[in-house]
Design a protein around this ligand. Sequence first.
Ligand SMILES: Cc1cc2nc3c(=O)[nH]c(=O)nc-3n(C[C@H](O)[C@H](O)[C@H](O)COP(=O)(O)O)c2cc1C
Length: 551
Amino acid sequence: MSHPDARAELIAYHRLSSHAPDRYAPGPGHLDWATQPDPFRRYAGAPRIDLPEPEERLGVPAAVLAGNQVPAQPLEPATLGRLLRFSLGLAAWKQWGESRWSLRCNPSSGNLHPTEAYVVTPGLPGLAPGVHHYVSLLHALEHRATLARPEALTAAWPAEGVLVGLTGIVWREAWKYGTRAWRYCQLDAGHALAALACAAAALGWRARLLTAFGDAQIAPLLGLDRADGHGEAEPETPEALLWVGPEAPGQEPDPARIEAAFRLAGPRWQGRPNRLSPRRREWPGIAEAERAARKPPTPPVAPLSPATGPPQPAALPRDHTLDAGALFLQRRSAVAFDARTGLPAAHLWALLDRLLHRPGLAPWDAVPWPPRVALALLVHRVEGLDPGVYLLPRGTGLEGRGEPVEGAPPHLGLVRLAPGDARHFARLASCHQEIAADGCLAFAMLARLEAALDEGCWWYRWLHWEAGAVGQMLYLGAELCGLRGTGIGCFFDALVPQALGAALPAPASDLYHFTLGAPVEDRRLRTHPPYEGLAGWRQAAGGRGAARPLA
Ligand SMILES: Cc1cc2nc3c(=O)[nH]c(=O)nc-3n(C[C@H](O)[C@H](O)[C@H](O)COP(=O)(O)O)c2cc1C
């Protein structure tokens, strides 16, 4: 049960952060370049541990994401490095004229990357016990906390694995997007969770969200709760805690036990976070929403039993020819589509199959609750499927009142709600963005937001994480079809729910849009490899936190 005030705060935030054709959510309206946030958090004075040279491939086909098991790699610094590199690491640099900016394996609204990652370990051969912060720029860990008595944590450690904590620096997004930014942070967190889960699967590992932990239990593990912690640096809030490793504990570790063991282990914090902007401004609604949606400790979410339908999703065209690592590195957002290319219906069925929640299959253990996000499809150019509006309920109970789709595998539950050309509507509903009309199809992700809040206000975040994870699978699926996707966070909130209202069994909110098609490249941009200058950057970063190469 949620507190009525907190629920009301979140509903108020959702309304305030909604876009409508005649009213955009409060935002800066222009970019204040003088306060552009640094995309990389660093902890000055925390010793740096350089991870082994990043690789280009993982040596397993992308089919590993469809459940083709691979032997588990041992947990050691090199494999931990692979996990982080292929989920949250740099994927490329882009250059236009004199400006250069990096892209990462995980996408982020506006490429602003609010999500930071930490690893908590009682120690591995070659990696000291404690808390480490991942610096994607240097592909390195900063040793944030040492442990005086690591054996206390070892005694409570349930299996071979590490904890990966994700946090959010909302200012990075708010700088550009104002009030709506906090939603984007949540969607980004969902993408990051799925990216971690997919990279883990390619190592033969599991990544499981620890659903029982409350935010106030995560914060001390990541060093976010200390009065001296952030000083003038922009606040960082706890998001998610994952168990990642070759072994998955039978049940979620007890938060109280981990918390107590960590305290007993005697963490000693080191390093000062950098300030990302010389000044910042607050946007209405964000602090209230963030506070209202904090998660208390709860019983863990019970793992789902396997759903009906085939245990493995159908194959996508490049499953067996593309290396999983290469797939994670090549994922990009399209900035324009050719408005011509079609997607064969058989490929669409396989793509949709990847979006069904299968317990034990990446990324669904990272968003492990029974699915709550259904997808409306605005089909423009799918060969063998009439243009129109369709619904993929994903087992959410948001079944559409429509006709079954001939030729679609019945276990998808896909229905057609309305035939017709939805291109104009898709463009309009996505804040007039051409990409929503020029691709093969566009998606709107729908959930019963207000009903979920009745169960607990943190569901506001969890629903957005689920939508982000679905988006991540669409990004990867698009690449596996030889196409490209783009997440769309800018949409007019009321349009799709209004248009579909009568066809849905209950009122639903629109959380995220996505589109995919054949990309048109921007030829003015030059692309550079992600870690071409790594040795020099590491040297330049030098300082007190000198690199300690691993054996
Ligand atoms: C939550 C989210 C919302 C996004 N919204 C939009 C959007 O409305 N329009 C758009 O063109 N791109 C959008 N993008 C794509 C980002 O701009 C893109 O991920 C970012 O520039 C990084 O590029 P990359 O995905 O190629 O790594 C969104 C991405 C995410 C994750």
